[in-house]
Ligand binder design. Structure first.
Ligand SMILES: CC(C)(COP(=O)(O)OP(=O)(O)OC[C@H]1O[C@@H](n2cnc3c(N)ncnc32)[C@H](O)[C@@H]1OP(=O)(O)O)[C@@H](O)C(=O)NCCC(=O)NCCS
Length: 241
């Protein structure tokens, strides 16, 4: 059984009383802006024919509908059947070294189940599986963290991809399309930012290719595995202001 919201709820702000409540969780602050996404390097592809299991590329009927169907990957909500694939892809110190400490290492089945439970509960959904187009198996993750108070019009994007899928343009395609999807589905969001640890050249390049601009270097802002590192902020904007 799926724990996620109905398809109609995916990506939609919730309404509470007379106030629109876009997100529930509180996050930290934001800075100045200087860049917009213009022509992202991705193309949407039409839905697969799901009238017949034989013609849908083997995609299980129980998995949630994608929010984005791209040329190299699908982006869809997580569901309970994803645990084994998440462990297989995420249990890798080469991924964890560039992630916050909330990303487990080693990454167990229990960690994956906890993640699925967290990722499928909020409304609207904010965290999504990146999957191969042909098998619908999870190969990575992309998601948003929200801010509150004066920073409510900023969201932070984060992502990772299993190592054997690197260097195929998948992260660039996923981030480009997901950023546009974020602006399209959350009217209040003006700014998407990402924080990259010093030395993560792959992620910095992905952000640049997806239309993000380098904005700031926060010196000695991060300690990861006992190493103090700078944190680099990249951002993209709804418009060019
Ligand atoms: C960062 C990551 C998502 C990149 O995924 P990917 O699908 O391999 O990226 P792409 O194939 O779209 O690559 C885009 C560009 O980045 C470059 N790139 C990718 N990995 C690189 C690396 N390790 N070093 C230098 N450049 C790299 C590619 O060559 C490509 O540039 P090009 O088109 O000019 O040749 C993946 O390596 C990953 O999951 N890393 C660990 C987790 C992580 O860093 N997450 C982000 C935290 S901010």
């Amino acid at each position: 059984m799926l724990q996620c919201s109905s398809k109609a709820d995916v990506g939609k702000p919730t309404k509470k009383g007379t106030e629109h409540v876009f997100f529930d969780t509180a996050r930290q602050g934001a800075g100045e802006h200087n860049k917009t996404i213009t022509t992202p390097p991705f193309a949407l592809i039409p839905p697969l024919d799901d009238g017949d299991d034989q013609n849908d590329g083997g995609i299980p009927k129980s998995s949630p509908e994608p929010i984005l169907r791209l040329q190299k990957c699908l982006i869809r909500p997580f569901y309970e059947g994803d645990a084994a694939a998440i462990v297989k892809e995420a249990n890798n110190p080469k991924i964890a070294r560039w992630m916050r400490n909330t990303f487990p290492q080693p990454y167990s089945t229990e960690d994956a189940r906890n993640w699925i439970s967290m990722a499928t509960n909020p409304a609207p959904l904010l965290d999504f599986a990146i999957c191969r187009t042909d098998r619908n198996t999870v190969i990575g993750c992309i998601g948003l963290k929200t801010r509150d108070d004066i920073h409510v019009r900023t969201v932070e994007v984060g992502y990772w991809l299993g190592e054997k899928h690197w260097h195929q343009g998948i992260a660039t395609e996923a981030l480009s399309a997901f950023s546009q999807w974020t602006f399209d589905n959350f009217d209040h969001v003006l700014r998407i930012e990402a924080e990259v640890f010093e030395g993560n050249e792959g992620s910095a390049r992905v952000l640049e290719k997806a239309g993000y601009a380098f904005e700031a270097r926060k010196r000695k802002a991060v300690e990861k595995r006992g190493l103090v590192l700078d944190a680099l902020t990249y951002c993209a904007f709804r418009d060019g202001s």
